[in-house]
Design a protein around this ligand. Structure first.
Ligand code: GLV
Ligand code: MN
Ligand code: MN
Length: 400
């Protein structure tokens, strides 16, 4: 069985999808989950799924499926973006899946279903749409999650409620393969065409709030201040020091969002709410880092006379890819790009992590120019996108 995906149709669809929320320099995109651009992009995708002979289905989270009849392999990724993102993060995996489904239909088989998960980028949680589908987070609990502006998932989800059917039964799928950009520097630096993922790191993510005393920035003596931002600064320096005995060069942690109240030049900030996220391939290390984070926050708050609160703790465990699916990707990579691919872990998070609860899963990476992603500048050479598509199609053909 050979599948012949059409590179022109594939690239044209990718560029067309980018028009929904196109923004910023280069090929930037602003298409957060449940935004107008996101919902319009899903409607466009749904029409494409229908043209490909797939049955369109939205689940209660707004994840969009194009379902083949009978047992099928599921391919896809997500079409929502970060608050500032690129045109390929997620979109590539969805459009490549659509193209392989079209090629499979034109070849008279195998059955290929396609998915675009909702809120992979974590406006509300961490890979929220697939986390809820996988049963690791109940819908009722998820509905209470809020974005950085205080809007709840329940509220955001209601904008798509008229489209929603039931959750899809995963028993109809034989496995899940997600193609994605690497989002890191390794393939680009080595001049290699593809990466077959061995495993995906685990993640922890929560909000922390220091609450001190809002006061005048000119008249409040330094020793009387209970400044929430100064507490955040001290906390940040202390955890970096204390992590030294626990982390490896692969461990990462990020404070990416900070909200000060009332956020003004001449006011000592009364509250600082910030995101605290950390990732590693070892679940025990993630737990030890959590202990340091919680203990340090308590210590800083106590020393400075501040109140402290933690938001819900979100997270996913590290996950290994399925051997059979991986072997199909590896054989296809060697066929399409002999000697120019590698096995590698994923430091980014993906919906595949959640699907591993139900199905054998695997992932394929293509290079990211200069390793840039979660930024408008994210890009990949079109020749590499097409090569990745060929590897994916080859793997699906091998598995059938
Ligand atoms: C997903 O985009 C991630 O944050 O890794
Ligand atoms: Mn992604
Ligand atoms: Mn992303």
């Amino acid at each position: 069985m050979t599948l012949k995906p059409d590179p022109t149709r594939f690239l044209s669809n990718l560029h067309e999808l980018r028009q929904f929320g196109a923004a910023g320099v280069g090929k930037g995109v602003v298409r957060p989950a449940y935004s107008e651009a996101d919902i319009a992009a899903r409607a466009w995708l749904a029409a494409k799924f229908e043209d490909a002979g797939l049955k369109v289905h939205y689940d209660p989270m707004g994840s969009l499926f194009g379902l083949a009849e009978g047992p099928s392999i599921l391919l896809g990724s997500h079409s929502d973006s970060q608050p500032e993102g690129g045109w390929l993060d997620g979109a590539l995996g969805v459009i490549a899946a659509l193209e392989v489904a079209c090629a499979a239909r034109e070849a008279g088989g195998p059955a290929v279903s396609v998915v675009s998960f909702q809120d992979e980028e974590g406006r509300f949680g961490v890979t929220t749409g697939s986390t809820v589908w996988s049963g690791q987070l109940g819908l009722e609990k998820a509905d209470k999650l809020t974005d950085r502006d205080g809007i709840s998932l329940a509220e955001a989800r209601s904008t798509m409620a008229h489209l929603a059917g039931d959750f899809v039964d995963p028993a109809q799928f034989t496995g899940f393969i997600e193609m994605h950009i690497e989002q890191g520097p390794w393939l680009d630096q080595a001049g290699e065409a593809a990466g077959v993922v061995t495993d995906i790191v685990g993640i922890r993510d929560m909000r922390i709030t220091f609450e001190g005393e809002q006061n005048h920035a000119g008249t409040t003596p330094m020793h009387l201040r209970r400044d929430a931002f100064q507490a955040l600064g001290a906390f940040n320096a202390l955890i970096a020091e204390r992590f030294q005995n626990v982390v490896t060069p692969q461990t990462v942690w990020t404070i990416g969002h900070v909200k000060l109240h009332p956020d003004a030049h001449s006011i000592v900030p009364g509250t600082a709410t910030f995101s605290m996220q950390w990732r590693d391939g070892d679940g025990d290390r993630l737990r030890r880092m959590e202990e340091i984070i919680r203990a340090t926050a308590h210590e800083v708050a106590e020393a400075r006379g501040l109140a402290l609160s933690f938001g819900p703790m979100l997270g996913l465990e590290p996950v290994a890819m399925d051997a059979k699916l991986r072997t199909a990707l590896e054989a296809s990579a060697e066929n399409c790009a002999p000697g120019s691919w590698r096995k590698m872990p994923s430091g980014a998070l993906h919906d595949a992590t959640n699907l591993a609860q139900y199905l054998p899963v695997a992932m394929l990476f293509v290079p990211s120019i200069n390793g840039i992603s979660h930024a408008f500048e994210e890009d990949t050479n079109e020749a590499d996108l097409v090569k990745g598509l060929e590897v994916l199609a080859g793997a699906v053909a091998r598995l059938s």
